[in-house]
Design a protein around this ligand. Structure first.
Ligand code: VGL
Ligand code: ZN
Length: 206
């Protein structure tokens, strides 16, 4: 079976949100169209406590955009975003939630960041998604969402490591260029790891 994984289509990642991804809202109709092709649809959400390690404001003397070391792990510092149970963490209101079978929250441990939908960034805790998918005999995962070069990339690389056939729907993703070329490099890295980069038209068919 194939599963569609919609990564972090949350208000804070949309234009006007706390960690806006340019054009992030443009992928919502693509995501809705894709859901009709899949029997199993998972939507994930960043779900941080206020004292989360990824928030620059929790590291006095450090600013948004810096990368610091926390217990031996590189931590990029972001503005406060997707705080659990806030409007910013809610899924985009136009997303067709009736088509979603499971919502998975990640990044809910104050000390661990979790870009990937499968593991935290230090790879010490699983989210449980791999087991959930295997329990439903999923062999191929299709990823779309935000942000291409952060959570989508980390999820695609982990999906490959976990042995899933991995498809990334390019026009269903948008990224944040922290450095020029980040998004193009992310697609290259995912492709090099064995992920198939496809367009929604190929998935939706004629
Ligand atoms: C994300 C930055 C911080 C993402 C999550 O969903 O791509 N980006 N937390
Ligand atoms: Zn986050």
């Amino acid at each position: 079976m194939d599963a569609l994984i919609l990564v972090d289509l949350q208000n804070d990642f949309m234009p006007g949100g706390a960690l806006a991804v340019p054009g992030g809202d443009e992928v919502v109709p693509v995501a809705n169209a894709l859901t009709e092709q899949f029997e199993l649809v998972v939507a994930t959400g960043d779900w941080h406590p206020p004292d989360h390690v990824s928030f620059a404001e929790n590291h006095p003397g450090h600013d948004v955009g810096e990368t610091i070391q926390v217990e031996g792990v590189d931590q990029h510092l972001w503005p406060v975003h997707c705080v659990a149970d806030t409007q910013g963490a809610a899924l985009h209101p136009d997303l067709n939630t009736d088509a979603i079978d499971k919502i998975l929250h990640k990044g809910d441990d104050a000390k661990l960041d979790s870009y990937s939908v499968f593991f935290d960034n230090a790879h010490v805790r699983r989210t449980g998604l791999a087991g959930f998918l295997r329990g439903r005999s999923v062999e191929a995962v299709y990823l779309a969402g935000l942000a291409t070069n952060v959570c989508v990339k980390a999820s695609a690389l982990d999906a490959r490591r976990l042995g899933f056939e991995t498809y990334v729907v390019a026009d269903g993703c948008r990224g944040i260029e922290l450095t020029d070329g980040d998004v193009a490099r992310a697609f290259e890295t995912m492709r090099a790891a064995g992920a198939h980069i496809v367009n929604s038209a190929e998935v939706l068919g004629p």
